[in-house]
Design a protein around this ligand. Structure first.
Ligand SMILES: *Cc1c(COP(=O)(O)O)cnc(C)c1O
Length: 496
């Protein structure tokens, strides 16, 4: 590695610091209507006393500023992004083109249904496709993220049990669960009860049997779970939960591993959410926008968030597609309008582009790529749960820890070699966890490059650990104080 760069050179000033008074990026045309008095139009009390201190930059300055910032950023169009659980796959550009079509971009959420039949038919048809893929009966695209789909799901669980006389009090989650699972069920008024995983990384079915009772509202599970392990006793688990009248919820964030191979609805799941931004290729990271549709079996359909897109081929109400607002048992709305519509357009384009065969190959290649990496990396890092993995797997940097190098250090060192880090310290049951998900869109050459870099970092950890613990040195900023960045966020700007 070369000497650390002079960091001062790569720090980008803010637009405020780049501002020059009198250098606006726009020019207004000559006024060609009579001038009006603003105070008369808006009322004196609504006028600003002082002009806002907006930065003044020319158009090229603005474009270059944001391009420089974008170049400092890591993104999936730049290199492999093996962030476990997040499914950072390549997002085909055709999706963006479709989502940019004027008819989709310009449609207003309050537009009359007669004027946006295309948009409503897309919402309806995507719902049907997701139902077909998952074996669910009805799907709502309204939740804007996986976590939001979970919350909608848990509110449906509550509505269902309340309708039967008792909302019940607890929801069981495995100890491998994503943090959003206990968070959503708590928000819905339930108590999270944790069931342990066995030594094979799967839910301990005996422990589960012992803890279910008539207060069990639901069991919430990810399959394959967050260790990348398929819960092969899932049918038994479903029976145990149904045996006490509970519902079985699938956290569908890992659907990428089973697309076209197994349908959760056929396994007995009552409901699930999808992460369109993971499985169905929408750019994500940096907070969205995403989409977390919620799918349910028929007996829960009345509880879905309203409105629900519907199709009437005979056009009894005059239109083929419209929205059904008349859902008295609905849990209500969980997002404005119909959810993040343009994300739905991207998912729709992706599904149509691949077709059933293509979707199945997504899952097969995702699993193949993960197993290829697992085998190659097994000699270098501890593999707490061995055997075939699904679309991701978890290593532990425990051997490196003995050399004074943590999982975080390994992750930071990868940045110096131009790769994104895997997910670290999750799932919580693995010490020094490195959770790796290559996705199906990486070529063998790019997987081999990842192995090469991981090999170098493992060697450095043994021979020159200070190179790893001091990383990154090649990025625009070095190691950040993450606690401070999260807890003492300071975005104020002092004019000098
Ligand atoms: C990403 C993820 C979620 C949450 O989804 P968001 O869209 O980020 O809210 C839940 N569970 C698992 C297993 C995930 O990977």
């Amino acid at each position: 590695m070369s000497e650390p760069r002079d960091r001062a050179k790569v720090v980008e000033p803010t637009v405020f610091e780049l501002s020059h008074p009198g250098r606006p990026g726009y020019r207004l045309p000559q006024l060609d209507v009579p001038a009006a008095d603003l105070a008369e139009l808006l009322g004196e009390k609504n006028l600003r006393a002082e002009l806002p201190e907006l930065p003044e930059l020319s158009e090229p300055e603005v474009v270059r500023h944001f391009t420089r910032l974008a170049e400092m950023n890591f993104h999936v169009d730049r290199a492999m992004y093996p962030l476990g659980s997040c499914t950072m796959k390549y997002n085909p550009k055709i999706n963006e083109e479709m989502a940019a079509l004027p008819g989709f971009v310009g449609v207003h959420p309050e537009a009359d249904a007669a004027e946006c039949q295309g948009a409503i038919s897309l919402i309806y048809n995507l719902g049907r496709m997701l139902a077909e893929i998952s074996g669910m009966d009805e799907v709502s695209l309204q939740p804007p993220a996986g976590a939001s789909g979970e919350l909608a799901g848990m509110l449906i669980v509550r509505a269902h049990h309340a309708h039967n006389g008792n909302p019940r009090s607890k929801v069981i989650v495995p100890d491998t669960a994503h943090g959003t699972n206990p968070a959503s069920l708590t928000l819905a008024g339930y108590r999270a009860v944790e069931v342990a995983s066995g030594p094979d990384g799967r839910t301990d079915v005996d422990a589960l049997s012992a803890m279910v009772d008539d207060e069990t509202a639901a069991f919430m599970i990810t399959n394959p779970n967050t260790l990348g392990v398929f819960e092969d006793r899932i049918a038994e688990i479903v029976d145990i939960i149904h045996g006490v009248g509970g519902l079985v919820y699938l956290d569908g964030a890992n659907l990428n591993a089973s697309l076209g191979i197994v349908r959760p609805g056929d396994v007995g799941f009552d409901m699930m959410h999808f992460n369109l931004h993971k499985t169905f290729s929408t750019p994500h990271g940096g907070g969205g926008p995403g989409s977390g549709p919620i799918g349910v079996k028929d007996f829960l359909a009345d509880y879905l968030p309203y409105p629900v897109a519907r199709r009437d081929e005979r056009k009894a109400r005059g239109l083929e597609f419209d929205f059904d607002y008349d859902r008295p048992k609905s849990i209500g709305k969980v997002h404005a309008a119909y959810g993040n519509f343009l994300v739905a357009v991207k998912a729709y384009a992706y599904i149509l582009t691949l077709g059933p065969e293509g979707l199945r190959r997504v899952a097969e290649n995702a699993v193949l790529n993960a197993n290829y990496l697992q085998k190659k990396l097994e000699p270098l890092f501890e593999l707490p749960f061995d055997g075939l993995c699904q679309h991701e797997f978890v290593l532990s940097a425990s051997r490196q820890k003995e050399q004074g190098v943590t999982a975080l250090d390994v992750a930071k060192r990868l940045l110096d070699y131009g790769l994104h880090a895997p997910t670290v310290y999750f799932p919580l049951i693995v010490k020094e966890a490195l959770m790796i998900e290559p996705t199906e869109t990486e070529s063998r050459a790019s997987l081999d490059r990842f192995v090469e870099v991981m090999t170098t970092v493992a060697e450095e950890s043994a021979s020159t650990p200070e190179l790893v613990t001091g990383a990154p040195t090649e990025t625009p900023v070095s190691r950040l104080d993450e606690r401070r960045a999260a807890k003492d966020l300071d975005v104020t700007w002092e004019k000098s």
